[in-house]
Design a protein around this ligand. Structure first.
Ligand code: PEP
Ligand code: MG
Length: 323
């Protein structure tokens, strides 16, 4: 078993029928990089930069951020690193940046909504990212995007900051993909339109499930509604994947579901390209993928999407099919 694990660590993620997928890691700080390397991640699919803001007693400076991003990019070399711009608000607060009291913080002033409103904070982060882009394979992702206009506004600000840096003679990569999290149902439903504008999607099931089922992800009284395999969730995921592929774009998933042994077979069957998870799940998922055929899983997914009325039925369906 130990030998098998060591081998898996340095091999690509390939299914029984020879298809290659990227199995990537989620990180919160550069301190997580050791686990990323130890588990042979093929990419970083989600770097949650809000921890940089939360672990500090004041707004992190451009240089503080540059150092952190550069460290992650340099460590990963050619491998892609998806950095998500800060996702503050909801349940994540900054002591030095008081946010308005809200009745529904998860439906409130959060993530890209703050970034587009408090642009000085956003521009500082983008400048730090642009400067760091010279040191690796950077991709930037915006969280909690609900409308195409929000993406376009964020992209415009990104291009303005890039232009200023280039004019000042700073070295920046000319090949930075810009993508969005698909974690608000509106974005999933409209994925065919979004796909014309973005370079990639990453599906955030943690929030997508909460918003689709209208069930707070942290509330135990409604946790029975937190259903990753519910056909409604699977249909949003499938629609998102198909919409992206139609425009030649790639789709990842960086919510907990991406590393879930029931979900992985369904996602393979639906054609998801990249699976991003906590580093400790990577070898388990890679080992599972080796045993699965995407053609077989496509049939299972088809059933789960079209022939099922419940989360539990779909769980049983996958268990039966992968036994
Ligand atoms: C998600 O919503 O699935 C996600 C990955 O983002 P976070 O858990 O940081 O909200
Ligand atoms: Mg989220």
């Amino acid at each position: 078993q130990k030998e098998e694990w060591a081998k898996l660590k340095s091999s690509a993620s390939i299914t029984a029928d020879g298809k290659h997928f990227d199995v990537a890691a989620n990180i919160g700080t550069p301190k997580d990089l050791q686990a990323v390397l130890d588990n042979g991640a093929e990419a970083i699919g989600l770097y949650r930069t809000e921890f940089l803001y939360m672990d500090s007693s004041e707004l992190p400076t451009e240089d503080d951020q540059f150092d952190a991003y550069k460290k992650v990019l340099e460590t990963m070399g050619d491998k892609p690193v998806v950095v998500r711009t800060m996702d503050i608000g909801g349940d994540k607060h900054l002591p030095y940046m008081p946010l308005p009291e809200e009745m529904n913080p998860f439906l409130g002033y959060r993530a890209i909504r703050i970034s587009l409103d408090r642009q000085e904070i956003f521009r500082t982060q983008l400048r730090a990212l642009l400067r760091a882009s010279a040191f690796g394979n950077l991709r930037i992702m915006f969280p909690m995007v609900a409308t195409v206009q929000e993406f376009q506004a964020a992209k415009k600000i990104f291009l303005e900051e890039k232009d200023k840096l280039v004019k000042a003679g700073t070295k920046v990569s000319d090949d930075i993909q810009l993508g969005i999290m698909i974690e608000i149902p509106a974005a999933a439903v409209l994925a065919d339109q979004f796909a014309k504008y973005v370079d990639f999607f990453s599906i955030g099931t943690n929030d997508l499930i909460q918003y689709t089922m209208a069930a707070d992800r942290g509330n135990e009284h409604v946790s029975y509604l937190y259903q990753p395999y519910n056909p409604s969730i699977l249909r949003l995921v499938k629609h998102t994947i198909d919409a992206a592929h139609k425009e030649g774009k790639w789709v990842g998933m960086c919510g907990e579901a991406a590393g879930d042994p029931i979900m992985v077979p369904l996602l393979l069957g639906m054609g998801l390209d990249e699976y991003s998870m906590s580093a400790t799940s990577i070898l388990k998922v890679r080992s599972q993928m080796k045993k699965l055929s995407t053609a077989d899983m496509a049939k299972v997914a088809e059933k789960a999407l079209n022939d099922s009325i419940s989360n539990d039925d779909n769980k049983k369906l996958v268990e039966e099919a992968t036994k």
